[in-house]
Write a new protein. Sequence first.
Length: 232
Amino acid sequence: MTIYRLDHGHPSEVDLPALVGPLGTELNELSGLLGDLVPSGIVLDAGTCQQLAVSGWSDELRAELVAAVAGIESDTAASLDDSKSPLLLAVRPGFVGRYLGMPDTLLNLGLIGEVVDISTSTSVAQLDSWRRYLEDFGRIALGIEATEFQATVDAAASLVRSDTDLPADLLVHICGRHLDVIDRNGGLAASSLQQLEVVLKTKADAWCDERAAIRRARLGVAVGSVSIIVQA
């Protein structure tokens, strides 16, 4: 049970495809060939994901995650929750063996209040990115129905031509309403590292619940068949 760096620096006796699946293995090999052209990242192997789903975050596993994220920060010269050089991460499942379906990818983990100034003086692009991150985090990490967010967006969009024309003041209002929804459903962790822990646990859980068990049985896929990839 390990968190691997995607840096092509693993012992030759490690059977990486069996541990992290074809996508994680391919990214690891590409990093060895192309170096910095491949975004820095880590992958939680299938055993780690299964342990996470069953037992949650142990002190040992949390320490391993902290060290792994520190490696990404060193590679990118950026840091989580740093307002001047923020590190933004993408989180997506990989699969060991047979592919189980289209997974959700969470983008821009690392956008928090210290990085995005939630005020009307902030650019529309930044506010819209924050709005979309809140929607994705709520849906993917907390299991909130997308309609709970969309109702607020639709109401605001009715005042302009479309949701692509939303001005800063409406986006600030939308983000505030989104945070209210999230607060009612477990809340948004204060730090990006804590948010990452929540997302990783949720993704690990998603392939061990009753719905996933039915799908695995239909496809003949073992329970420990999902890895999770985190990349800058």
